[in-house]
Ligand binder design. Structure first.
Ligand code: TYM
Length: 335
């Protein structure tokens, strides 16, 4: 990553280990992670510190962290070429987050819609971590001077606050952080629930028919897509008010690379039954190699731990450079 004459752009992203990721996580973010991994210097993290904000059961968090790490490698990310690591293994994230907390205004953090949504949904646990969550996310990104951050549309506001924090810090203390750009795909950026297409597809949906998990068996995927909510027009076309069909068209387009126009042509005169069958087959095909690789990797825990250690070491080396720079600029006394 260092000293190359023509430096590749840096990409960073992360995902929380709060359960098996959904087709939404995959099409909105993970598929792009894989696609970008060839042309950029990529760092991808399992954001376990972020998960603590919802107080997961400790044993479940430990298990899901390793599973999520295996999921990232199963995407086909090469742990030698890319830096794939677990966030809490690199203490610089929490250290920089504290420094950035002091460059973040209470009011701007309070405006985050995700904070407002989560506090409304879980009034019993509105902890300070939930409030400063975007600041830790800013630290994740700024530590590596990332150019691009591949995310789904729901994380866009967090990218904006990251840029605001970086800009404020740079203005007060002098140029320290690169301002990152979000990378949000044209299709797939917001995959909706199969049962309520006005809501984002989410792994915390109490109705499992609303989401497809990346590890769902083929027959479960088919069943879920067949029971997806549509409309009474019985015409496959992308239009306002056809949220269910629009969502399925987005999923199909992402899996096949076909444009909406082409999909409309291909299904002209055909019913929703045929269309759902095609969508289901495309999703099954898309996820199959990943699922096989995941099973293989989970059977080799020693390899996963070795990769996680290597990832943490490489990430910490890069992170420390930026952290030291930020510490010096703020006047922290350094030995
Ligand atoms: P998380 O773990 O909720 O989701 C991981 C990624 O999946 C995307 N995503 C979706 N995309 C399309 N349709 C959906 N229905 C859908 N649901 C989720 C998210 O946008 C995200 O890109 N705060 C982050 C994790 C994080 C992070 C970071 C991301 C921590 N530090 C630094 C980027 C950079 C989160 O909770 O994502």
């Amino acid at each position: 990553m260092e000293n190359t004459a023509e430096r590749k752009k840096i990409v960073l992203s992360a995902i929380q280990p709060t359960g098996t990721p959904t087709l939404g996580n995959y099409l909105g973010a993970l598929k792009n992670w894989k696609n970008m991994s060839k042309d950029y210097d990529c760092l991808y993290a399992v954001a376990d510190l972020h998960s603590l904000t919802v107080r997961p059961e400790p044993q479940a968090l430990r298990r899901q962290t390793l599973e999520m790490y295996a999921i990232l490698l199963a995407l086909g990310l090469d742990p030698e070429e890319n830096i794939v690591f677990i966030q809490s293994h690199v203490p610089q994230h929490a250290q920089l987050a504290w420094i950035l907390n002091c460059s973040t205004q209470f009011g701007e953090a309070a405006r985050m819609t995700q904070f407002k949504d989560k506090s409304e949904k879980h009034p019993e646990n509105v902890n300070v971590g939930l409030f400063t969550y975007p600041v830790l996310m800013a630290a994740d990104i700024l530590l590596y001077q990332a150019d691009y951050v591949p995310i789904g549309a729901d994380q866009k506001q967090h990218l904006e606050i990251t840029r605001d924090i970086a800009e404020r810090f740079n203005t007060v203390y002098g140029n320290t952080f690169k301002l990152p750009e979000p990378f949000i795909g044209k299709v797939g950026a917001r995959v909706m629930s199969l049962q309520d297409p006005m809501q984002k597809m989410s792994k915390s949906d109490p109705n499992p028919k609303g989401f497809i998990s990346m590890l769902d068996e083929d027959n479960v995927i088919v069943k879920k897509i067949k029971s997806a909510v549509t409309d009474s027009e019985a015409k496959v076309r992308y239009a306002e008010g056809k949220d269910g069909i629009n969502n399925l068209m987005g999923i199909y387009s992402c899996c096949t690379g076909l444009s909406y126009e082409q999909i409309e042509k291909d299904f002209d005169g055909k019913g929703y039954g045929d269309f759902k069958q095609a969508v289901a087959e495309a999703v099954v095909c898309e996820l199959r190699p990943f699922k096989e690789e995941f099973k293989r990797l989970m059977a080799d825990k020693a390899y996963l731990l070795e990769c996680a250690e290597l990832g943490a070491e490489k990430a910490a080396h890069l992170a420390q450079r930026t952290l030291s720079k930020a510490m010096k600029k703020t006047g922290l006394f350094m030995l």
